[in-house]
Design a protein around this ligand. Structure first.
Ligand code: WT7
Length: 648
């Protein structure tokens, strides 16, 4: 039962704007085709050549060893250091005094670090870690606000060969504790707090609870940011600003094997225990380096801003490693998108001259709801390229982004990938690919993407099925920390021997991919398997609707029925007339079959901190049962309470 019916039709096409194309790194479809073909037919030649663009301390002997499937080994025999790739290589030339990080705090304080300065800070940070006994091979948990020290901490770990395990600063003490224990971390790097929505979000109390009684943790290194009072455990807790002046700013990078662990990053599985996704050094850097270069088309004068938190893979790959490996100028922002005013993001774009902007569909829908007047107040004329990631973008949001933020001048790269893939997998190349709103378009170099059924057969055009990758790629996960069996079962067994990480998708007649959401979320109405994403997209295309989430609810007649949770714009009257209007709208947009059986209006949808709708919770609410699963990653518990109250 891997097949999914597609009911969404989208015919708009946007070729790369001529002005963009003229200066793009890649602008010829023929050149792109030739490179793509080579990357699939002769991946070792392709990736070997790309990898040699990075500064290796010892050249690799072999590009790929795929003999122990599904445990890939890339660039074996080679040695390199991720922090040297991101920093030291730029010190020889003109990039040394170019800005690496332009950071702004939520209160408006600004810090700028050139590559030379960032290098010195990272070396110092690395020596502080060493002075506390952190060693090559250790794991270090990082639980921090979005301040420059977060990037420094990550790179400092890499510099001394300790793996980092960044835990998003919004997670609870319990979530942090689980991850510290699972990773066997020896130290935790944190801060007194960070600024979020106008107040201090304290972090140290969470760390104190999390590490209490965990014997492996000998050090809690605390960066001072907000100067709030913090409790102190002498011997274990140390201030960064007290140790930093005592160590040298010289710290040679540790030569690491290409397959040495670079980091763990936990992703919550659908069932219980989070998975520590394993990424290693060489392949991850090659993948993030190349995708950043071609997808964001970065050049020396670009000012690039990815709005994700470094606590997610997006921040690892496209704030830290990929852009810095390319010598880019990266904007980093501490606070909330709408603090202190709804136009904050656009103010930052104008102030720092952002040229390339990468954000999530959930943020774009929030901005749509807030209104066009906010971006209109700021000069966005420097923007030349826009990107999205995290979930499928509904065509209405895509069009808004294109028109209001991009002034119909900027290509949009809708990038599909996962914590597990390490780097972007499906994406337009902005100087080459004609985009279609809602499609992540085509595979990146070296990505052998296909829509398969469980037997591994490729499905015909426009037939929804399993979104799979058939060949290994350099930045792929190498496993789940401490659980090889779960790695094989989770990713390589649905279609035996092929990578499948849970998404449904279809490929259209032009070879473009359309992600249809998680296959676990597919709704089966009278034997028709429908994608949540398509029904949601139809709902959101109604002018009164801001956001929508649809889930399956048990139904005596049809097996499952569609329950929709909808948020509407301010001033819209919520009544049965609106219910039938929306039902009718879905029926005419995509067909009667997809008309929700039930529509509930709500102020907000339950989401994770990274903006993903928690459909599992909504399913329980729609079915009228108590939620039993893990809710520790929900952003705002009051949303859940309200939804339940609505139920009573
Ligand atoms: C899941 C991965 C990749 C970094 C952020 C999320 C969904 C991601 C897209 C997109 C449709 C997307 C998928 C994927 N997703 N990008 N452009 N179009 N869906 O990382 O938390 O590992 O989540 O996010 O469902 O499997 P993640």
């Amino acid at each position: 039962m891997s097949e999914i019916e597609s009911v969404l039709h989208e015919d708009r096409r946007f070729p790369p704007p001529a002005e963009f194309q003229r200066q793009a790194r890649l602008s010829s479809p023929a050149e792109y085709e030739a490179l793509y073909r080579e990357s699939i037919d002769d991946p070792e030649a392709f990736w070997g050549r790309v990898a040699r663009e990075l500064p290796w301390m010892k050249p690799f002997e072999r590009v790929l060893d795929w003999s122990n499937k599904p445990f890939a080994r890339w660039f074996t025999g080679g040695k390199l250091n991720a922090s040297a790739v991101c920093l030291d290589q730029h010190l020889a030339g003109a990039r040394a005094d170019a800005r690496a990080i332009v950071w702004e705090g939520e209160p408006g304080d600004v810090r700028t670090l050139t590559y030379r300065e960032l290098h010195a800070e990272v070396c110092r940070f690395a020596n502080v870690l060493k002075s506390r006994g952190v060693q090559k091979g250790d794991r270090v948990a990082i639980y921090m606000p979005m301040i420059p020290e977060l990037a420094m901490a990550v790179l400092a770990c890499a510099r001394i060969g300790a793996a980092h395990s960044v835990v998003f600063g919004g997670f609870s003490a319990q979530a942090l504790r689980d991850r510290i224990e699972d990773g066997g971390c020896s130290a935790v790097i944190t801060a007194d707090g960070g600024w979020r929505r106008g107040s201090v979000l304290a972090l140290k109390p969470e760390v104190d609870t999390a590490v209490d009684g965990i014997p492996s943790v000998h050090t809690v290194l605390v960066v001072r940011r907000t100067e709030n009072e913090v409790a102190w455990t002498p011997g274990r807790d140390v201030w960064y600003h007290e140790l930093a002046p005592k160590v040298s700013a010289d710290c040679p990078p540790e030569p690491m094997e290409a397959e040495d662990l670079l980091f763990l990053l936990y992703t919550s599985g659908s069932t219980g225990k989070p998975k520590g996704i394993v990424h290693t050094t060489g392949g991850y850097l090659v993948g993030t380096y190349l995708t950043t270069r071609y997808v964001f088309d970065l050049r020396d004068d670009d000012v690039y801003w990815c709005t994700a938190d470094v606590g997610w893979i997006t921040g690892h790959s496209y704030i830290v490693y990929g852009p810095l490996a390319n010598g880019a100028t990266v904007v980093m922002y501490e606070g909330a998108p709408t603090t202190p005013h709804p136009g904050r993001f656009w103010e930052l774009c104008a102030k720092h001259g952002v040229t390339v902007f990468y954000t999530a569909p959930t943020a774009i829908r929030t901005f749509m709801r807030l209104g066009e007047e906010h971006p209109a107040k700021h000069d966005l004329s420097k923007l030349r390229l826009l990107g999205t990631v995290g979930e499928a973008i509904n065509p209405e949001a895509w069009m808004w982004y294109h028109r209001v933020i991009g002034a119909e001048r900027c290509p949009i790269v809708d990038t599909w990938w996962q914590t597990e893939t390490g780097a972007i997998m499906l994406t337009p190349l902005p100087g080459v690919t004609a985009t279609k709103p809602g499609s992540a378009t085509r595979p990146f170099f070296g990505v052998d993407a296909a829509i398969l059924d469980e037997r591994g057969n490729e499905l015909p055009a426009n037939q929804g099925g399993l979104m799979c990758i058939r060949k290994p790629w350099p930045s792929m996960l190498r496993g789940i920390w401490g659980d090889d069996k779960r790695f094989v079962d989770t990713y390589w067994s649905t279609v035996p021997g092929v990578y499948f990480a849970g998404d449904g998708a279809r490929r259209d007649e032009d070879g473009y991919f359309w992600i249809m959401g998680r296959v676990d979320d597919v709704i089966n109405v009278s034997g028709h398997r429908l994608s949540t994403m398509e029904v949601e997209s139809a709902l959101v295309s109604h002018p009164k609707v801001c956001e929508a989430a649809v889930v399956a609810r048990p139904d005596d007649l049809t097996g499952q029925a569609i329950a929709a949770f909808v948020t509407v714009g301010g001033g819209v009257a919520i009544d049965d007339a609106l219910r039938s209007e929306l039902g009718e709208h879905v029926a005419t947009e995509i067909g009667k079959l997809a008309r929700p059986k039930e529509i509930r209006f709500t102020d907000a949808l339950p989401k994770t901190r990274s903006g993903k709708i928690m459909r599992r919770l909504l399913r329980d609410i729609a079915a009228g049962v108590e939620t039993v699963g893990d809710t520790s990653t929900i952003e705002d518990y009051s949303v859940l309470a309200k939804l339940r109250g609505d139920e009573a």
